[in-house]
Each structure stands twice: as structure tokens, then as C-alpha cells.
Ligand binder design. Structure first.
Ligand code: FMN
Length: 180
């Protein structure tokens, strides 16, 4: 399987990035072709809502999103990793999802979508609104589904996720993909 892992946190020692790397490690070990992308350093502008992509299937804004969207189109599995910001997805991931509108109506490959989330709080409901936001995107790509959410709560400082149970969960989840 071709697996694309997209980490959206921009900070060094990113908790969601650490967990995403464990997912990737597991997926590589079971023989998948895995590509990890960070949004750090990428120029990705806001969607302007012109909707020209519905005719052309491409965005009229020339920036780094085109390359990522092409990779999303061709992946069997997409893993999104995001810190929770104000109970939602990070703005940078939301902007990428908005810019992926050129994929709408195309013959995209992806089916299973995984979501890795990290937050300072550790309540059962902490990830809900972020998951719901991604579900809205998934609902628009009706061959796809959220296969699993991996949530690490109670992590706030850099690298705080390193001993968290979500690391093992992510590794095993990545590993299982090639074993099914
Ligand atoms: C702008 C901002 C908003 C945040 N909002 C929340 C929040 O609503 N709930 C929460 O539990 N943690 C919140 N946090 C904490 C982060 O989710 C937490 O530090 C997370 O581990 C960061 O993941 P990262 O290291 O991958 O960036 C917020 C952090 C920032 C910078």
C-alpha cells in the first residue's frame, strides 16, 4: 500500500509528529511504501473560494499545495497528524484540506484515512470537534472513511508524547496495514 503521512504541527519536538513517525515506522516495517510530509516550511495559501478547480481540477494558486494534493490523490491511505488548537484541527491542516478541493470529483485512490491528534487536555471529548471537522472532509470523498483516530491527551510540552501509549498504538496500527 502507498501511505502518505502528513504532519501539520510546525513546532520542533512536535507531539503529533512523533506519533506520526511511529505510525510510519510500523507501516514501513510491514512492507508499505510510506512517504512522510511535514507542512513546516511549506507555502500553502488560503483557498479563495473561486471554485475554478471544479472546472479545471487544479488550483489557480501556484504554491506548495499542488504537490501535496497530487500525493494525496495517489495514496491508498492518508494519515493526518494535528495538534488540537481550540478544540479543532490546526489551522494549517484545515487550510490544506480546503485547498484539496481540486480532488473533488476525481478518481482519487485513497480510502482509509487515519487521524492522529495531540492535546494538553485528556478528556474523552477533547478530540471530538477535530474529528468531526475531518469527518466533514471525508464525507465529501465518499469512497473514503476515517479508519481510526489515535488521540494522545495530556501532552503539552515538546516531545511529551514520547512515552505515551499512543506511540505504541500508532506503530501497531501502521504495522497492521500491510498485514491485512
Ligand atoms: C494555539 C493553540 C491552541 C491550543 N488549543 C488547545 C485546546 O483547545 N485543547 C487542548 O487540550 N490543548 C490545546 N493546545 C495544546 C496543544 O494541543 C498541545 O500542546 C499539543 O501537544 C501540541 O501538539 P504538537 O506538539 O504536535 O504541536 C493548544 C496549543 C496551541 C498552540
Amino acid at each position: 500500500m502507498k501511505i502518505l503521512v502528513i504532519s501539520s504541527s510546525l513546532r520542533l519536538g512536535s507531539n503529533s509528529g512523533l506519533i506520526a513517525a511511529e505510525f510510519a515506522r510500523g507501516a514501513v516495517e510491514s512492507g508499505n511504501v510510506v512517504e512522510e510530509i511535514s507542512l513546516k516550511g511549506r507555502q500553502i495559501g488560503f483557498c479563495t473560494g473561486c471554485l475554478s478547480c471544479q472546472e479545471t481540477r487544479r488550483c489557480c494558486i501556484a504554491d506548495d499545495s499542488a504537490d501535496i494534493i497530487r500525493k494525496m490523490h495517489d495514496a491508498d491511505v492518508i494519515v493526518f497528524a494535528s495538534p488540537i488548537y481550540f478544540y479543532g484541527l490546526s489551522g494549517q491542516l484545515k487550510v490544506l484540506l480546503d485547498r484539496s478541493n481540486p480532488l473533488y470529483g476525481t478518481d482519487y485512490r485513497f480510502k482509509d484515512i487515519y487521524l492522529i491528534l495531540t492535546a494538553a487536555e485528556d478528556e474523552a471529548a477533547t478530540p471530538d470537534r477535530a474529528v468531526s471537522s475531518l469527518q466533514g472532509w471525508v464525507d465529501c470523498f465518499d469512497r473514503s472513511r476515517i479508519a481510526k483516530v489515535i488521540f494522545a491527551g495530556g501532552v503539552n510540552e515538546r516531545n511529551a508524547a514520547s512515552g505515551h501509549a499512543a506511540m505504541k498504538n500508532a506503530y501497531e496500527t501502521g504495522k497492521e496495514i500491510g498485514e491485512r
